[in-house]
Ligand binder design. Structure first.
Ligand code: ATP
Length: 308
């Protein structure tokens, strides 16, 4: 650690650790983010590491070098704790969704394709992200995607914990039964991608959100069970009218068919019918849209984020 200067203010504090901005002493132009993992307080844990730390480090290691996944530079000790030195990324997708004006569809296409590139790479290597949210998609100064926060990521197994993915981004199959472990696939990440695209197009975060004290909002499970109740859906073949998903996705509905179709192919109840990452990457309309991004469009967004 003697090679680095650690900024005293935290970049962020998550459930699993604190993140600091760090500069190289030899070359102060070189800026990194250092995540210092919380130690395990589990009785009998001899190594002092949380499972999530081991998962995050092994996932970052397995996926290192991918252009749209956070860059892992070094694993080191900071004081008594294990830390990872990563690339420093100034924005997250949350900043883009919550800026004053909605992001143009060209930017939505480019960002979503870059997220899909990262997911396709993960899924090909048999990893599931399991916590794709607006805050976990980081962005460089020119809005290049770096998918991060792999604390819940894991290799696919037959039975996995159902208690995963931040609620508003959780796929319907994770709500289908109360068992602690469930059988699901990497299609859960594609649902989360569908929610992120819808949030960008709707210009609103947490479209499917949790109940908050004092405000009438829908719980994710209520929405998903009412709209996508598998039994009801299978019986009638069409979505029950209890909850109007078209109302929630009102701006998406107004988009041209090719855009609308992709969102609905991702927000598909049956995980077997849901668009895969490779299937998403093959969407010609999105690819050509993403190529129309102009430097001006990027400037407008980054300037707005800076002015918030
Ligand atoms: N590479 C990075 N560059 C800049 N900021 C970062 C970077 N990594 C993390 N951060 C900041 O630190 C915060 C916490 O990081 P991270 O989400 O990885 O921690 P966590 O403990 O896993 O969080 P969570 O509770 O969301 O699971 C992020 O929301 C972000 O603001």
């Amino acid at each position: 650690m003697e090679d680095f200067i650690v900024s005293p203010t935290k970049l962020g504090a998550g459930s699993y650790g604190d993140v600091y901005k760090v500069r190289s002493k030899a070359n102060p132009e070189n800026v990194f983010a250092m995540k210092v993992f919380r130690p395990s307080v589990r009785l009998g844990s001899s190594h002092g590491l949380l499972d999530s730390t081991v998962r995050e480090l092994s996932c970052l290691f397995a996926l290192r070098g991918h252009p749209h996944i956070v860059q892992m530079n070094q694993v080191l000790f900071y004081k008594e704790d294990v830390a990872v030195l990563m690339g420093y990324y100034p924005y997250t997708l949350f900043n883009v969704i919550t800026q004053r004006s909605p992001a143009p569809t060209s930017i939505v296409a480019r960002i979503s394709l870059q997220i899909a590139e990262a997911l396709a790479y993960m899924h090909d290597l048999n990893w599931i992200h399991r916590d794709l949210t607006a805050s976990n998609v980081m962005l460089t100064e020119d809005l290049t995607v770096k998918v991060g926060d792999m604390g819940l990521s894991r290799n696919v197994a037959d039975w996995m914990s159902g208690e995963t993915v931040t609620a508003p981004y959780r796929a319907p199959e994770l709500f289908t039964c109360d068992d602690a472990t469930k059988s699901y696939t990497n299609a859960i990440d594609m649902w989360s991608l569908g929610v992120l695209i819808a949030e960008l197009l709707e210009h609103r975060v947490w479209l499917f959100r949790n109940k908050r004290a004092g405000r009438i909002v829908y719980t994710t499970s209520e929405i998903l069970q009412q709209v996508f109740e598998p039994e009801e859906y299978k019986k009638t073949g069409k979505k029950p009218a209890v909850f109007n998903i078209e109302g929630v996705l009102s701006r998406v509905i107004q988009k041209e068919t090719a855009i609308k179709d992709v969102v609905f192919q991702l927000l598909t109840v049956d995980p077997g019918d849901r668009l895969t990452a490779r299937g998403f990457l093959a969407q010609k309309r999105w690819r050509s849209l993403s190529k129309t991004v102009t430097p001006d469009e990027i400037n407008v967004i980054t300037t707005e984020i800076h002015n918030v």
